[in-house]
Design a binder for this molecule. Structure first.
Ligand SMILES: C[S@@+](CC[C@H](N)C(=O)[O-])C[C@H]1O[C@@H](n2cnc3c(N)ncnc32)[C@H](O)[C@@H]1O
Length: 275
């Protein structure tokens, strides 16, 4: 596969303010939360490769939509796949390239900066169709359903017939209908992140405020706040959107490594096949 790094600078005007703030301006804060998921990525890709094996795919090329710090791309490259990760955040991609080097897979990973809504422009120089596409950790529903449809249509055009798409570790409407938690917090090093959520079941839109504090002993010092709203799909809604984009859902799981069935209490993991 021939790849070439070209900067498709994201158009700041068309990008949601919260995407810009959380993933670019405060990438220093969010990167800590991406890194928190690194240790559990091996288990995830073990599940993915096992499923891929059932469809006769044991190597090939993989497209990672919204790749963040590259955790999935890098682990899949360690399994022998040639990966292309796309993300809007330059700091995350710089981190991903460093990690790829540390793990000895720089030659099998390409990280491209750009907006997945303009996917074909971002990966314009990848000459072979993809065998696998992944979208992990609720990396959909950020702008509009039309945008999501468009992203998966472009991913389909860039993939071969029979390619496999994973949408993994994703929040879903069934979960929020039984286990909506209005507030929670996560502590990480000296950072405390408070999450405040409001869910509208009529639109399935989730409004979240992430408020970051610096912890000093017993004292908390306000660092920053990001407010955002995203659409949370149900399994059937997402499957029907994928079908329109010529990806047919063939299985859904609560966990890609244990293959436990999806339920309202698990995350959403979809396996779809390019038609
Ligand atoms: C929740 S993180 C998930 C990252 C990664 N998939 C993972 O599982 O660790 C969402 C990612 O989407 C990226 N992102 C958000 N909007 C984007 C867009 N329009 N185009 C490309 N990347 C985008 C962010 O920069 C961030 O890295």
């Amino acid at each position: 596969m021939k790849t070439h790094i070209r900067k498709a600078e994201p158009n700041a005007k068309n990008m949601s303010d919260w995407v810009k703030k959380l993933f670019i301006e405060r990438s220093d804060l969010f990167l800590k939360f991406l890194d928190l998921r690194w240790p559990r990525t091996e288990e995830l890709v073990n599940g993915m490769t096992k499923i891929l094996g059932n469809y006769g795919i044991s190597s090939g090329s993989l497209l990672d939509l919204c790749c963040g710090n590259g955790r999935v791309s890098i682990h899949m490259a360690m399994k022998g796949f040639k990966t292309v990760g796309v993300d809007i955040s330059k700091p995350f991609l710089e981190n991903a390239r460093t990690k790829a080097e540390q793990h000895g897979v720089s030659d099998r990973t390409t990280f491209l900066q750009g907006d997945v809504r303009k996917l074909k422009k971002v990966v314009w120089n990848v000459s072979e169709p993809f065998d696998v596409v992944v979208n992990v950790w609720t990396s959909i529903g950020y702008t509009s359903k039309d945008d999501d449809l468009n992203i998966f249509e472009q991913a389909r055009e860039l993939s071969r017939q029979g390619a496999i798409l994973f949408i993994a570790e994703t929040m879903h409407a069934e979960y929020l209908s039984v286990k909506f938690t209005p507030t929670s917090y996560t502590e990480l090093d000296n950072i405390l992140m408070l999450e405040d959520r409001k869910y509208d079941p009529t639109t399935s839109n989730l409004s979240t405020s992430w408020i970051f504090y610096n912890k000093r002993g017993q004292n908390l010092r306000f660092l920053d706040r990001v407010d955002f709203e995203n659409h949370i799909y149900s399994l059937s809604e997402l499957s029907s959107l994928l079908r329109k984009a010529r990806w047919e859902t063939i299985a859904s799981y609560g966990n890609l490594s244990t293959l436990q069935p999806m339920s309202p209490l698990t995350s959403l993991n979809i396996v779809a096949k390019a038609q």
